[in-house]
Design a binder for this molecule. Structure first.
Ligand SMILES: [Zn+2]
Length: 296
């Protein structure tokens, strides 16, 4: 039997596709590790998180599948209850729009599924920098933030849709692109959402989690300013920067809606605001789908 099956492009709604185990089952006398796969959303756009849920057809199967995308980038899978495994695939303004192939690889069977990743136009800003203005930040700060963004813990702390972390007006949306001194910045997009609010306005956890990073201006966080990183589990992370106050310590467990600090303008901030970045497996994604219902 041909181990690789090609399936048509998924077009609308969640589509349940049954993987036929084929004649191997009869020959070997035991089922191949085959999966039903549910992809959501089926018509994602740049910035969306794509949920890939794999359900083994063999109720006794316990081996998680591997999930890869296009060039072979692999994303971790975790059990999510109900005899299901899930991978969360991040996309961003840098993702190539168009046909995106998702492979769900079992021990004896690979499912190839495709989604059409829709292009999206992001707003642009024109920034004028004077010499020396782009030199902020130090290596220790960058290393600690990078280590936090690489966190993938197996437990899932969040549940349901995420909450807005501050009541302020949204002043900069996710994904805004920039021109610096008239030159388009290929490697920049706004990695988060900005809420305009006065210094001291409360910052709350958008979802439950464990505090994975506390960084302070006083210890060299000169670009991010006072910073809190929340590990929501399974590769989902929040980072809150430019804070005036930090109310938590690394290792603390926090609940959704719990006050964890306060808005400020520490680090490279033109004025008081909260910057909330939501990361999935190391990529900053659009928080909007996580606010609107979210992922179980
Ligand atoms: Zn921002």
């Amino acid at each position: 039997m041909e181990p690789t099956q090609n399936n048509p492009v998924l077009t609308r709604r969640s589509l349940l596709v049954a993987a036929a185990a084929g004649s191997t089952v009869a020959l070997l006398g035991r089922p191949a590790q085959a999966y039903d796969v549910v992809i959501n959303p089926t018509a994602p756009q740049l910035g969306d998180t794509i949920s890939v849920i794999a359900i083994p057809q063999d109720p006794g199967a316990t081996t998680p599948p591997r999930v890869t995308v296009n060039d072979g980038t692999e994303y971790p899978t975790f059990p999510i209850g109900g005899h299901r495994f899930r991978a969360l695939i991040p996309t961003s303004p840098f993702s190539p729009p168009g046909r995106t192939v998702i492979r769900v690889i079992g021990t004896e069977n690979t499912r190839n599924l495709a989604v059409g990743l829709r292009n999206r136009t992001f707003p642009t800003q024109r920034i004028t920098l004077s010499p020396g203005q782009s030199d902020l930040g130090n290596q220790r700060e960058f290393d600690r933030v990078a280590a936090f963004k690489g966190t993938v813990s197996p437990d899932r702390y969040w549940s349901g849709g995420m909450q807005r972390p501050n009541p302020g007006r949204i002043s900069t949306e996710y994904g805004v692109r920039r021109y610096y001194n008239g030159v388009f910045a290929q490697d920049y997009y706004h990695r988060g959402i900005d809420y305009a609010a006065p210094t001291g306005s409360p910052v709350t956890a958008p979802a439950a989690g464990r505090i994975g990073l506390v960084g302070r201006l006083s210890e060299g966080f000169e670009l991010h300013g006072n910073t809190i990183g929340i590990d929501h589990g399974q590769g989902v992370l929040s980072i809150m920067i430019h804070l005036s106050r930090i109310d938590v310590n690394e290792g603390d467990r926090v609940e959704a809606g719990q006050v964890i600090g306060a808005v400020g303008s520490t680090g490279a901030a033109a004025g008081p605001h909260l910057h909330w970045g939501l990361y999935v497996n190391g990529v900053c994604v659009d928080p909007v789908p996580w606010r609107n219902g979210g992922f179980e």
